[in-house]
Design a protein around this ligand. Sequence first.
Ligand code: ZN
Ligand code: ZN
Length: 807
Amino acid sequence: MSSTASLSQLFWSRGDDSPVTHVERIPPRSGSPVAWPSWAAPAFVDACRDRGIISPWAHQATAANLAVEGTNVVLATGTASGKSLGYQMPVLSRLLTDPRATALYIAPAKALAADQLRAVAGFGLPGVRPATYDGDTSREEREWIREHSRFVLTNPDMLHHGILPGHERWAVFLRRLAYVVIDECHTYRGVFGSHVAHVLRRLRRAATRYGGRPTFVLASATSGDPADAASRLLGLPVTAVTEDASPRGGVTFALWEPPLLPAYPSASAVPAPRSALDPASALDSSSAVDPSAALDPDVAAADPDVELPQVRRSALRETADLLTNAIVAGTRTLAFVRSRRGAEVVAAVTRRQLDEAVPGLGERVAAYRAGYLKEDRRAIERALLSGELLGLASTNALELGVDLVGLDAVLICGYPGTRASLWQQAGRAGRAGGEALAVLIARDDPLDTYLVHHPSALFGRPVEVTVLDPANPYVLGPQLCCAASEAPITEADLELFGGDVARAAVDGLTRSGALRRRPSGWYWTHTGRPDVDLRGTGGAPVSVVEESTGRLLGTVDPESSHAMLHTGAVYLHQGVTYVVDDLDLEDAIALVHQEEPDWSTHARDVTDLSVVSVRSYVDAGPVGLFLGEVDVTNQVVSYQRRRIGSGEIIDTRPLDLPLRELRTVAVWFTVSPRALEAAGVEPPDFPGALHAAEHAAIGLLPLMATCDRWDIGGLSTANHDDTEAPTVFVYDGHPGGAGFAERAYATAAEWLTATREAIAACACESGCPSCVQSPKCGNGNNPLHKPGAVSVLDAVLTALASAKPPT
Ligand SMILES: [Zn+2]
Ligand SMILES: [Zn+2]
């Protein structure tokens, strides 16, 4: 398969009932090469030429020239535009011409640093001695690296936990530090981004202490206002280079909505199994494992591909079918799936379908995700590069730049949450400059459904501005403690950490006894270091270990561990099924054994919420709109076992897991019972109407804020103790909030109008996953009242339209 025309045919020669709702054609672009800058080290230029890089593209040279002049620069261009050459050119030239200079490279993920190490080591430049310095680096290696490496590759976590606290040992390296490269800097957003912003300020302070004055070179995916975002991240002015001068092939981008299932009343006509290449309707036969049966309603909040009882064909199933067809046709295809489990399921189903079509072909597809061990990931990457693998179902672990070439098509199973991520993932296809294909397959979800029917919301708009807030008190306070534990904070340092807000924060920390004021500054007076986690994951990842062999299979985030790894849970790894024997939260370890039961497991949880304070509110008569702090408690209390295939509930088993607490920011609205009745909602329907409105509102919030529904939680009730009225709460899933609830409050009319429209426009009868059902409902989507939800939102919107401005 070489031309897009045939690629496209492969996917959607389907006639009137085509699931393709829109096709966007992105034209090819020719490149603008320029001469190597005169300062570029000849050895570096030779090494590039040996690797087939004859000359740089204009944007690479522009960024490199700025960096060499000492200007902090952010190169914000598309995937595959060669951003790495933009920083490698100045950095490696400097290391070659100044034998004492050092450079630090920071990537958000270990895999990316490892990839960069391969690239830099591959140049074979004398005296550079590049090395990764991360959690996997042994003690002996660490010492050698500090003393001898001149190009150290690390991540923000290691900088925060390892390098900065031991800055004395890095004194020489920091004194000679010429460049700091911050790769994929657009990933530093929200709470994590705010933490990283302070880690970089701490790095700047440490370098200054030893006399280093590094220039910062940042690389970013295309993003709205990259100069502003980079300068907020760094705390220094940054110049942006955004004109992409690399050539690229055209991309055909299709939006795909899985068809309604025949059993569903509104599904008048469901298309026949697709494509002439379909190696038999065996692909659609009931003997194939149905991924949506294996995964379902109330599972882990961190598992976004979990699907509800189906109204439409599952997006995972559609993705597996498209991937199967692509591989049968010899098309190298990468499928992005949002959750780990989803990636495993797509790979497993595709493998099975391929083996049915051509025995042995199944071996040419694999799953790939972040929890895998390094060696497993490397092996998979190598196999894909060599062509041994033709297809991969991956989480966005791959999104972060691991250098893959020669992919013909990218399947995106579910909107990845932001347009920036969507373009990043789509940009994986067509690296060699050839024509490529990208398909966004909508999940049964209000936002996905809205987007495949409103392509202008995807194609006509710039990518999101990266949001981060270094002044977030939940970030600033802990970071100032870290800074103080590294070296006392001086008056001069306060400016670096935010000026007035930093002063107020150190005063507060002094009052609370965390810091002590002395004439020379503010001191950390406690033994040990402050315990601060950049990723806000609240602890170490949980290791999944096969008990009989002691083999470490992978890791799971602590937030997801209760729902994914509780005792009795079914856990998938590379398509192999395991059952959890014991989850030891103290030691962060789950012991599992291999077993293939004919049921799946589904965790159930209970959430409670209380209002701590109100920051702002709108008084709209019978309706109130509020922004404030809340305490949320959540507990995974039980799990259901469901028969694979039928979804029949076998039993519900209790679990004894601890309660988890979260103080965060919420937006909520109240409607008086009288106003609800006036809007046509009967009192017995209050809970269902409010619950349905809550689900849809959570589903649509990502349209307003750069988050996804998995960053947000909700709670609705016909009478809440703190508000004494029917109430819908929507809260940030991150301690202290990440700005999502604020954004919802600020755009409430627009947000709730889109929510109302999404529900009203849905063709289903009494609610479906495209409107009011939620895949993460801890209540099994019960009760839900779809028409009532429209009435609730009408009442709220009418009242808000004539309300006074916020108080
Ligand atoms: Zn619906
Ligand atoms: Zn719910």
